[in-house]
Design a binder for this molecule. Structure first.
Ligand code: GLN
Length: 241
């Protein structure tokens, strides 16, 4: 399964979490500690999006071999979302298949897979406008979930509610799916756990969500499975899905 993280708080260089932390996202790409039988490494792609913006950069390949990303990662951001990808078997390895997905307001990442793809979610795909379907970033489960989600977010509904409904809907249609989401608009972070780990760390005015703790800070708390977490620097709310 992919690894992802999101940060919200006082501006800091992207590199702090992507490269400098002891168990940085770079390290989690080649030496993840908790893949739960979903692959062994995350070397098919990577991406990061940050605020103010969002500005998004994503590539197929290995995160550690991209010298341009090292330069970009000196950027200071008050919120960002980053991911490394282990492509689900049968899904294309391409820049556009990498998280974060964005519509210019939100950044989204999916760690997991839709079981029985694509048949199990053909009904969900049918709810999309034909144009949205034809302009999906890539023919992957994550890109479809994003295509559906972005339209639902436009309705102005609470983002945590929208994520919860999508998890339930996909889990009903494809019960063995793994639906671990991260979403941010630069003001709030929302995450779900559905068969995979997510950790939260609050430090002063900052909050970080990550598939694996980035260091040995005793403040990291694990979000229980099948929960949704909504985090802003001063509040972290965790509730069952
Ligand atoms: N299924 C998604 C993809 O192939 C996510 C993969 C993952 O979480 N390992 O891109």
């Amino acid at each position: 399964m992919c690894r992802h993280l999101a940060y919200l708080g006082p501006a800091l260089p992207l590199a702090r979490l992507l490269f400098d932390a002891p168990h940085s996202l770079e390290r989690q790409s080649y030496a993840p500690k908790d893949m739960r039988a979903g692959g062994t490494v995350n070397v098919d792609g990577y991406g990061v999006g940050w605020f103010p913006g969002p500005v998004r950069y994503r590539r197929a390949g290995t995160l550690w071999s991209d010298a341009n990303l090292r330069q970009l990662a000196t950027t200071e951001a008050s919120a960002f979302l980053a991911a490394v990808r282990s492509a689900t078997v049968g899904m294309p390895v391409a820049d556009a298949a990498c998280a974060p997905f964005t519509d210019g307001t939100w950044l989204f990442s999916h760690n997991g897979r839709v079981d029985g793809w694509p048949h199990t979610v053909a009904g969900l795909a049918k709810t999309l406008d034909v144009t949205d379907l034809l302009t999906m970033d890539a023919p992957t489960d994550s890109a479809l979930l994003w295509a559906v989600l972005r339209r639902r977010l436009e309705t102005g509904k609470n983002p945590d509610q929208v994520l919860v409904e999508l998890v339930r809907e996909v889990a009903d249609a494809a019960p063995k799916s793994r639906l671990n989401f991260l979403l941010t608009n630069g003001k709030v972070l929302v995450g779900t756990t559905w068969t995979h780990a997510l950790w939260v760390l609050v430090q002063g005015q900052s909050v970080t969500l990550a598939s694996e703790p980035l260091d040995d800070d005793p403040g990291w708390r694990e979000i229980p499975d099948r929960h949704v977490v909504t985090a802003a620097p001063s509040t972290v709310e965790v509730r069952p899905l």
